[in-house]
Design a protein around this ligand. Structure first.
Ligand SMILES: [Ca+2]
Length: 314
């Protein structure tokens, strides 16, 4: 190899090394959380969605034949009201938009809109992806489908009005699951992982990771269902976390001050043109802690069959 060739090769190698280092240096930092309170939680609830509204937790559960929506008393874990879905639907994320509670299904391509108070089914929406997590930012529904993409949808029609791809260090962050809009940013459980992503909705970038491995013992992390459930009490500024079939709902605090800045959106157009991720590889964040992966099971697209509604007073 001549000197004329060696120099460009060396420069190219140095460039690649520098580029690789730069990419890893931009991974978002991870911070721990502190447990403030813990409350009872129904261990039979395969939690897929969690919301706090009007002094109560609202919960959506999954699995075929066990899917439901519930109003739950926070301090006791008592299920005050419940609506059970027909067996063919695998319930997923929920959110409360005005006087409606909206629930996704995993693979049926159907979202159910219920009256928030009576749980009476009012309407249905369809969507072309699988359904995982659901929340809103006060103007738009935000939905995950297990990929690195988040979809913005019109609350009244469920029509897609934008999307972003979530990245960390320039790489896509997949398995985005249960969602919650907290203090101007999006929090997301990652399927099977004891870490929560704090996502900037203007850029899709992870601002920081929250290590929640302290919520369960090492043995529990191996044997128990994975974390899945984030709710925010905006009036009380309280954050609640739980998981699939966990015996507790935890109220936690984190240091929200230390994270890269997140520019405010100026228009919906910004969301649609936010930078897309490089579709290669997985993000390797600084926070680890995998849990048992659950098989979600099978479901069908059979027609809707009214299910029983239970008002629990005991
Ligand atoms: Ca939530």
């Amino acid at each position: 190899m001549t000197r004329a060739l060696i120099t460009p090769v060396l420069l190219c190698g140095l460039y690649l090394l520098a580029g690789c280092g730069a990419a890893h240096s931009t991974f978002a930092p991870a911070y721990s959380c502190e447990i403030v309170n813990r409350y009872p939680h129904d261990v039979n609830a395969f939690t897929q969605g969690l919301v706090y509204h009007g002094g109560y937790l609202y919960e959506g559960t999954g699995l075929n034949g066990l899917s439901s929506i519930r109003r739950v008393e926070l301090t006791t874990g008592r299920v005050l009201q419940e609506y059970d879905l027909p067996w063919q639907y695998f319930g997923e994320g929920i959110t409360i938009w005005q006087d409606r509670l909206i629930q996704l299904t995993w693979t049926s391509g159907i979202a159910f809109a219920y009256d928030r108070d009576s749980f009476e089914l009012q309407s249905t929406f369809s969507y072309p992806t699988s359904g995982w997590g659901l929340t809103h930012d006060g103007a738009r529904l935000i939905m995950s489908d297990g990929s690195s993409t988040l979809y913005f949808r019109a609350p009244d029609t469920f029509a897609e009005i934008g999307r972003i791809h979530v990245t960390d260090g320039g790489r896509p962050v997949r398995d985005l699951n249960e969602l919650e809009f907290i203090r101007g940013e999006l929090w997301a459980n990652l399927w099977g992982q004891y870490r929560i992503a704090r996502i900037c909705l203007a850029t899709g970038r992870i601002r920081s990771w929250i290590d929640i491995s302290n919520l369960r013992s090492p043995v529990e992390r191996l044997l128990a269902g994975s974390p899945n459930g984030i709710a925010y009490d905006a009036d009380g500024d309280r954050i609640f976390l739980t998981g699939k079939n966990w015996p507790h709902v935890f109220e936690i605090t984190v240091n929200m001050a230390v994270a890269p800045s997140c520019p405010a959106l100026s228009s919906a157009k910004d969301v649609q043109h936010a930078p897309f991720a490089i579709q290669t590889g997985f993000a390797v964040g600084p926070c680890v802690g995998a849990a048992r992966m659950e098989q979600k099971g099978a479901t069908t697209d059979a027609a809707f069959i009214p299910a029983r509604m239970v008002a629990r007073t005991d």
